[in-house]
Design a protein around this ligand. Structure first.
Ligand SMILES: [Zn+2]
Length: 180
């Protein structure tokens, strides 16, 4: 699985498109919700089914139809963050993503390597490996998982840099508008 910090960083970037950075710090935690199953000694369980974001999208549409704009906006954001988590997990392992329609999980492993050969030039080596197989969640008494590593820390710091640059640009734009 992408570690919790990767899920959080991507959720933070997505939610900050809709909410202020302050609100997004909290809202982005929704992107980590599917992994709450770990607390119950089970991982990649039915908290990883696409049924959950689909339900959230439907509730968002219903709230919008009823005129609850803020609730609808929140449900759409929650659905998007939840869906993003599941899609990211598809690139790292099987999960019960299509439950209850199917018990098959999908794992998509892609990579692109490049090789420089002096005599013939640049050669690209793409690799696409898709596994579709029945899935049953792993029940473990002790769960050991990575919370973050150097790569996820880089992703998190990059996300924070993007937000800081955006904030600075917004502030500059506001001050320019006030001067006019
Ligand atoms: Zn997960």
């Amino acid at each position: 699985m992408p570690d919790p910090l990767v899920h959080y960083s991507i959720s933070l970037l997505i939610s900050s498109r809709v909410y202020s950075v302050r609100k997004s710090i909290l809202v982005a935690l929704i992107g980590n919700l599917p992994d709450i199953d770990v607390l119950f000694g089970i991982h990649r369980s039915y908290t990883h089914t696409l049924l959950i974001p689909a339900t959230l999208f439907l509730l968002g549409a219903l709230a919008r139809y009823r005129g609850y704009g803020k609730v609808s906006k929140f449900l759409y954001v929650a659905a998007t963050l939840y869906l993003t988590h599941i899609v990211l997990d598809m690139f790292t392992g099987l999960g019960p993503y299509f439950w209850p329609i199917s018990n098959l999980g999908i794992y998509i492993n892609v990579s692109l390597a490049a090789k420089w050969i002096v005599s013939s030039g640049l050669v690209f080596i793409p690799r696409v490996h898709v596994v579709v197989a029945p899935y049953s969640p792993c029940v473990c008494r002790v769960f050991r998982g990575l919370l973050f590593n150097s790569m996820s820390l880089i992703i998190f710091l990059s996300a924070l840099t993007v937000l800081a640059v955006e904030q600075a640009a917004r502030r500059r734009l506001r001050s320019l508008e006030q001067r006019r």
